[in-house]
Design a protein around this ligand. Structure first.
Ligand code: CP3
Length: 363
């Protein structure tokens, strides 16, 4: 193997190969939110830290929890332990977590003056703790598997920034979108700059793959998705550093509810498209398999079922994607706190075994 293409420190590059649509011995797997509350050791470290935010803002503890799932399961990637909402926090919106209620901002963006003052943070200053966590996690991994960095998409960040919390109907966002689209565009401009700088800083610090989470893009109309979400994600993707350590740094764009717009998403400039569980994977492979890699798309709810059911559903997903290069196994959305540790173990084991088996079948 050519050393200039293959930094000697990466022992398992299956994920990078699958993202490049190169053949792999098996289908690589990682799980969105793989470090989290379904793991007792995560809950213990979080208790030690005192809170989720303290955990995320302490690089040594963030490193510890990022590696926890790898100690249990044969996963093919680690993901930085952080949150998408650190960026608006660094913009001064005041992120906090009310007990059992999810994320909130002290100062949501509701008036024109505040929106006018909004500026992209310097990630090397205001988000330095994240970059330190990237460096420390990368060091601790010692080349076992690649490290994935991430950010929220400009639109998904704007949703939380305007609403001030999660929402069922995103009423404040929609009100701004239809009454003052100029203000929403102004926020999205700043966010696109912030996300670009943030992801490039993560790449510089050692992230080997980057992923954009567009968790709320699916709440838009088709035209709205293009104008307010995809246009800005495309801008970010087009401005990312392409290489690190002499290797391509692939990008993954995940839009929850984006199954109806896959044509546009696959043409956005990303290397891979994340599919939620509603997408027909076989169809997506036929339509986009020669353009981008695909990541997904087991229903996360499967992980509350007994291990034999989990294995059966995993085989279904693998059969739907088929054995051709360019599939990264994942859930269709983040793992839930209710997922069983045995269910995850069964999933990872089945994906490895069955994906090797289907590669040996005659076409
Ligand atoms: O994947 C990983 O293991 C890396 C860490 C990660 C977290 N959040 C840690 C976290 C990642 C990639 C995220 C992304 C994130 N955060 C998204 C996009 C992905 C998605 O799920 O669609 C969103 C929308 C957020 C915002 C956010 N952060 C929410 C809605 C919540 C509450 C979730 C809940 O279930 O209560 C968080 C908190 C959060 N981020 C937790 C973790 C492990 C749970 C906090 C805790 O320990 O109490």
């Amino acid at each position: 193997m050519e050393t200039h293409l293959q930094p000697t420190d990466l022992k398992n590059d299956t994920l990078l190969r699958a993202l490049a649509r190169e053949p792999t011995a098996y289908t690589p797997i990682w799980l969105m939110r793989q470090a989290g509350r379904y793991l007792p050791e995560y809950n213990a470290t979080r208790a030690k830290a005192g809170s989720f935010l303290k955990l995320a803002k302490t690089p040594s503890l963030a490193t510890e929890v990022a590696l926890q799932p790898l100690e249990r399961f044969a996963l093919d990637a680690a993901i930085l332990f952080s949150d998408i909402l650190t960026v608006p926090d660094a913009m001064g919106l005041g992120l906090y977590f009310a007990d059992g209620e999810g994320p909130r901002f002290e100062r949501p963006l509701r008036d024109e003056a505040a929106i006018g003052r909004l500026a992209a943070p310097d990630p090397t200053v205001e988000l330095r703790y994240v970059l330190d966590a990237v460096r420390e996690t990368r060091r601790a991994l010692a080349g076992r598997v690649p490290l994935i960095g991430f950010s929220g998409s400009p639109y998904t960040l704007a949703c939380y920034m305007i609403e001030g919390s999660g929402s069922d109907d995103w009423r404040a966002v929609k009100e701004m979108l239809y009454s003052r689209p100029d203000l929403l565009h102004r926020i999205l401009e700043v966010n696109a700059r912030a996300v670009t700088d943030y992801l490039n800083a993560q790449i510089e610090a050692g992230a080997q793959v980057v992923m954009l989470f567009d968790t709320w893009g699916g709440n838009l109309t088709a035209a709205g998705y293009e104008e307010f979400s995809l246009a800005y994600s495309r801008r970010v993707l087009g401005a990312l550093r392409r290489e690190a350590d002499g290797r391509r740094v692939p990008s993954i764009l995940f839009t929850r509810g984006g199954g109806v717009w896959l044509d546009a998403i696959a043409a956005s400039g990303c290397d891979a498209v994340g599919l939620d569980w509603t997408v027909n994977a076989a169809e997506a492979r036929r339509n986009f398999g020669n353009k981008v890699a695909l990541q997904g798309n087991l229903d996360p709810a499967v992980l509350a079922a007994p291990a034999d059911r989990v294995r059966e559903q995993a085989r279904r997903v693998l059969d739907a994607f088929g054995a051709a290069p360019g599939h990264v196994f994942n859930l269709g959305h983040g793992i839930s706190p209710q997922a069983g540790v045995e269910a995850v173990a069964a999933l990872v084991d089945e994906v490895r075994a069955y994906s090797m088996q289907i590669r040996k079948r005659r076409p």
